[in-house]
Ligand binder design. Structure first.
Ligand SMILES: Nc1ncnc2c1ncn2[C@@H]1O[C@H](COP(=O)(O)OP(=O)(O)OP(=O)(O)O)[C@@H](O)[C@H]1O
Ligand SMILES: [Mg+2]
Length: 218
């Protein structure tokens, strides 16, 4: 279970004089639940995900995942927690440029303590229509192709908590539907918790439960 309570994130602005504070919603996500995350641009979806990933420490509030207080861990402890529990599809696919597609995927699995065979990587890539891309480098792929690889890189870890930040933003309708099918199939099969942020109504309608973020007036 994921428990999020009274989160406030403050970003320093300019010379540290002014601070922008975001108040994020409190919620509880049970095991096996998948929620859509909605809200206008700038409402804090990515900020919330960065907090849940332990990449950003909220100024105030509490995050607990499976009884572990993420907000109470040190940075090395958070890194270890991420390795074992988290899958993250970033809004901008962050593949390592000097590794091939297959090596990016293999490294991600390894950081979660798992081994992904060449066969498994090929099968996963085939599921997103990229059967022969394992030996290519990220720069040799289009934006949408990189996003599909980023999706495989997140699920090959078999995470407990899967965060997908606009996972279909640069995909055509067919591949967008395909990624959503795979995301939800993985979620149903693994029983993980899934949060998926998207502006796309076709994505949001696949989620029965929603978390709505509001943009605060400056
Ligand atoms: N590193 C940062 N420093 C200062 N302000 C930031 C930083 N990151 C985000 N913000 C601000 O926090 C607010 C929320 O940003 P965030 O990226 O979480 O929004 P979002 O809901 O993901 O938007 P989008 O739909 O465009 O991706 C915005 O006003 C943004 O300018
Ligand atoms: Mg965002």
């Amino acid at each position: 279970m994921l428990v999020v309570e009274d989160l406030i994130c403050e970003y320093p602005e300019g010379e540290g004089r002014t601070v922008r504070g975001l108040t994020l919603p409190s919620f509880r996500l049970q095991d096996g639940e998948a929620w859509g995350v909605e809200g206008p641009s700038g409402s804090g979806k990515t900020t919330l995900f960065h907090c849940l990933a332990g990449l950003l420490s909220p100024t105030r509030g509490r995050i607990a995942i499976d009884g572990v207080e993420l907000t109470g861990l040190t940075e090395p402890e958070r890194a270890q927690w991420r390795g074992a529990n988290l899958g993250y599809v970033f809004q901008e696919p962050k593949l390592l440029p000097f590794l091939t597609v297959a090596e990016n995927i293999r490294l991600s699995a390894r950081l979660a303590g798992k081994e992904a065979s060449a066969r498994r990587i090929r099968d996963l890539l085939a599921e997103v229509d990229l059967p022969d891309c394992g030996d290519r480098f990220p720069r040799q792929l289009s934006g949408g192709e990189r996003q599909r690889v980023a999706f495989i890189r997140a699920i090959v870890r078999e995470p407990r908590l899967l965060l997908a930040d606009e996972p279909t933003a640069s995909l055509d309708v067919r591949n967008s539907r395909r990624i959503l099918d795979l995301l939800l199939a993985y979620q149903a099969r693994s029983g993980c918790m899934l949060l998926c942020a998207s502006h796309d109504p076709a994505v949001q309608e696949r989620f029965a439960r929603k978390l709505e973020l509001r943009k605060e007036e400056a």
